[in-house]
Write a protein that binds this ligand. Structure first.
Ligand code: HEM
Length: 496
């Protein structure tokens, strides 16, 4: 008995020593970083807000840091120069998405755009950029957006007349969802099913950290119960998407105002633009469903959460709010509603948007990237299949770039700075950059600016009685995006 115990202890000691030596040899060539534990690596130390933990660690280990997440080697990138190396100089090596279980179940695996790779992804992305999200397509839905924003403004006006508190977060969420569903499916509401509810369920699940993605040996055990829940949700989602596609197939719109599902079905029937013949041969019902899920997932929470954070910052900075309103009064006047054509003239509003997204990049670690081959960067070995994490949140707060007031909300800093947010400048990356950068940026920015402009043009905003700006909780909640933990409740007053 004693002998076998002694042997077990000896084996354990030898095992740990062997792991230590191997780990030390492997780590010699990698960028610096914390060592982590056997099997789980640094997974258990990431905390509930990993972008903040990575930021603290990178202050210690540097802008290119390595750590292990389970069995997956990870590289965390935290400065503009480093981001440029990964997203521009060597973009072709890192424009790969890792496989994740949530995607396999809920977004039809390798059929959409956000999590596919290789030639199929290139074809889908080209189609999405050139057709589905092309400026002409986005502009053709201008009337729909005017109508949807107008409805919300009318609702808020009623609340203002009654002196009520408005749940701005809920209103914004509904508005962006309605605009997205009308663009995608041609309708916002359908009493037969609850697509919004199911999508929220899917977002919440996909935003949860799945241990099995990092320790694959745990996959069959499903210890978090996530696989079961992915399957249940995907079944409900699939039934709805089937119905939507069937209905579109039966009444295909060949006219001017075709929604995104019409466009995809047309392509799959091979009678769309000659530019996408190759994709037309590959696209099927599963691809259409997958692209639908990807567009819904990528567009609703991002746009709505951006507006929510920016409006919250404006509540904390009344002088910036006043400047936006003065600009709106001078450019638009108070006799008509804001139009999309006014937006390019609202320069201060654009600075506010940039500053808001600098401090609150809604996808703080961008999408996950993976290295498709071994590569040496800045003398460090980056192994094939490393997870690349670009900490856009940390980059936006880097005092070397943004000065000693980096953590303050000062839109005026963009009056002198040429830094823009469209992916050309690596100091500000709310939409990412390079091959995997956001293809919906134009639509996303348009929605954010349009909705903000209306809210500030039509209303003055106050906090509910007894609350002051310093009561606004700025705590974030980590998931697919980082919304504020609290809903934004405000009292509107009609501007006259
Ligand atoms: C304010 C709004 C938005 C923000 C802040 C945003 C941000 C981002 C970010 C950070 C990424 C990942 C980039 C990377 O991994 O390097 C991304 C990817 C993506 N976004 Fe957006 N996005 C927004 C709106 C939209 C909209 C409206 C759509 C579509 C209608 C969209 C579609 C996508 C897609 C499909 C991808 C994946 C692209 C790929 O992997 O090839 N986004 N977005």
């Amino acid at each position: 008995m004693i002998t076998s115990l002694a042997f077990s202890i000896l084996f354990l000691i030898l095992g740990v020593a062997f792991w230590w030596i191997l780990d030390t040899r492997q780590r010699r060539l990698l960028p610096p970083g914390p060592r982590g534990l056997p099997i789980v690596g640094s997974l258990l130390n990431l905390g509930s807000l990993p972008h903040r933990t990575f930021h603290e660690l990178s202050n210690k280990y540097g802008p290119i840091m390595s750590l292990r997440m389970g069995s997956v080697p990870a590289i965390v990138v935290s400065s503009p120069e480093a981001a440029q190396l990964f997203l521009k100089t060597h973009d072709s090596v890192f424009a790969v998405r890792p496989q994740m279980e949530a995607v396999t179940h809920m977004s039809y695996g390798n059929n959409g755009i956000s999590f596919t790779n290789g030639t199929y992804w290139r074809l889908v992305r080209k189609f999405v950029v050139q057709e589905l999200l092309a400026p002409a397509k986005v502009n053709s839905f201008r009337g729909m957006r005017r109508e949807e924003v107008g409805l919300v403004v009318e609702e808020i006006k009623k609340a203002a007349a009654a002196g009520e508190v408005v749940n701005v977060s809920a209103n914004l969420g509904d508005l962006i969802e309605n605009m997205t569903f009308r663009f995608l499916l041609g309708r916002s509401k359908d009493d037969r099913f609850d697509l919004k509810g199911i999508m929220t369920e899917a977002f919440t699940l996909a935003g949860q950290f799945n241990l099995a993605d990092f320790v694959p040996s745990l996959k069959p055990l499903d210890i978090q119960g996530l696989t079961r829940r992915y399957k249940e949700t995907s079944k409900k989602l699939d039934a709805m998407l089937e119905l939507i596609i069937d209905e579109h197939e039966q009444n295909l719109n060949n006219g001017n105002n075709r929604d995104i599902v019409d466009e995809m079905i047309s392509l799959s029937r091979n009678n769309s633009s000659v530019n996408h013949q190759e994709l037309a041969k590959l696209i099927d019902k599963a691809s259409i469903k997958s692209i639908m899920v990807d567009i819904i997932t990528a567009s609703i929470d991002t746009s709505f959460t951006s507006i929510e954070w920016i409006l919250t910052e404006l509540m904390r900075h009344p002088s910036a709010m006043k400047k936006c309103q003065e600009e709106l009064t001078s450019v638009v006047g108070l006799d008509r509603m804001v139009e999309e054509t006014d937006l390019p003239k609202l320069e201060y509003l654009y600075m506010v948007v940039k500053e808001g997204l600098r401090l609150h990049p809604i996808v703080p670690l961008l999408g996950p990237h993976e290295s498709k081959e071994d590569i040496v960067i800045k003398g460090y070995h980056i192994p094939k299949k490393s997870r690349i994490i670009v900490n856009a949140w940390a980059i936006g707060r880097d005092s070397k770039v943004w000065g000693d007031k980096a953590l303050e909300f000062i839109p005026e800093r963009f009056a002198e700075s040429k830094i823009d947010l469209r992916g050309r400048d690596f100091e500000l990356l709310p939409f990412g950059s390079g091959r995997r950068g956001c293809p919906g940026m134009q639509l996303g920015l348009l929605s954010v600016e349009l909705v903000l402009a209306h809210l500030l043009h039509c209303f003055d905003w106050e906090l509910p009685a007894g609350k002051s700006a310093k009561d606004l909780d700025m705590t974030e909640q980590f998931g697919l995006t980082i919304p504020r933990i609290e809903q934004l409740l405000l009292v509107p007053k009609i501007r006259t």
